[in-house]
Design a protein around this ligand. Structure first.
Ligand code: HPA
Length: 270
């Protein structure tokens, strides 16, 4: 893995990607946040050595390097999900690459189903913590100490400093925020009513199919993480309606502008 990551890093450095302040992973329906980036380099995933190529509609697969809020960012438009069939190590490969490019701060975003009665479709939830229920762990197997330690501290998976700054920025921009715990299931089915109930009983506020593996390996490598989840549907008893990928994307698209403002405002001052 180390050699493959190094090879990819060498390729990206050759394209002029360096001195990056923030890595950004854009989730379902949030890919057009890249339009806010003053783009210096854009590379389709299929041109990047060792990069998996994403297959889901709405996750087109391009790496954007450029300026956002006066900072240098490297943004992934399209991520790799475990349910697509990638090994869990493949899904987190780009995060390994980000770290070896010198990135220490990661911003992750996703769409999720909210399980709280006071959540509304379209709400933006800051991720305060997560529960990993994806059946394969990205750190299982022989540990490569060059990436990080065998046993990883997870007492602050999402940086409290980043959360506090984002809340400050959101307040100044009049952006209402929810805050909560994100639980990752493997998907690709959306949850049954009983499963949404389980998610709530387990102590989470929203459920999705991504993000957690990326944050785990980011923490393995000592990165600070900040997560934003757009609540695209509700798994609240008595209010559960049919949900589709199209609906998820439609809601995320609507929230995208606000998420973009928040991310831009955040990176500017952090
Ligand atoms: N469940 C799982 N993943 C999701 C959901 C959901 O309700 N909404 C968006 N992604």
């Amino acid at each position: 893995m180390w050699n493959r990551v190094e090879e990819t890093v060498k390729y990206l450095k050759g394209k002029g990607i360096k001195d990056v302040d923030f890595g950004i992973v854009l989730g379902s329906g949030l890919g057009n946040l890249t339009s806010k980036i003053e783009c210096l380099v854009k590379i389709p995933y299929d041109e990047i050595p060792n990069f998996p190529v994403s297959t889901v509609e709405g996750h087109s697969g391009e790496l954007y390097y450029g300026k956002l809020g006066g900072k240098l960012v490297l943004a992934m438009k399209g991520r790799f999900h475990y349910y697509e069939g990638w090994s869990i190590q493949e899904t987190v490969f780009p995060i390994r690459v980000m770290k070896l490019l010198g990135i220490d701060q990661l911003i992750v975003s996703n769409a999720s189903g909210g399980v709280e009665a006071d959540f509304k479709v379209g709400d933006i939830m800051i991720i305060s913590d997560h529960i990993n229920m994806i059946p394969e762990h990205p750190l299982r197997g022989k540990n490569d100490e060059r990436f990080g330690p065998r046993f990883v501290d997870m007492h602050e998976p999402y940086s409290l400093k980043m959360i506090a700054k984002a809340e400050e920025v959101a307040a100044s921009l009049d952006i209402p925020l929810k805050k909560g715990i994100y639980l990752a299931l493997q998907g690709p089915t959306f949850e049954t009513p009983a499963e949404y109930k389980m998610v709530k009983l387990m102590g989470a506020n929203a459920v999705g199919m991504s993000t957690v593996p990326e944050v785990i390996v980011a923490k393995h490598m000592g990165m600070d993480c900040f997560g934003i989840s757009v609540i695209t549907d509700l798994g609240v008893e008595g209010q559960i309606e049919a949900v589709s990928h199209e609906e998820v994307q439609k809601v995320a698209k609507i929230a995208e502008k606000v998420v973009g403002k928040l991310v831009e405002g955040f990176v500017k001052v952090y």
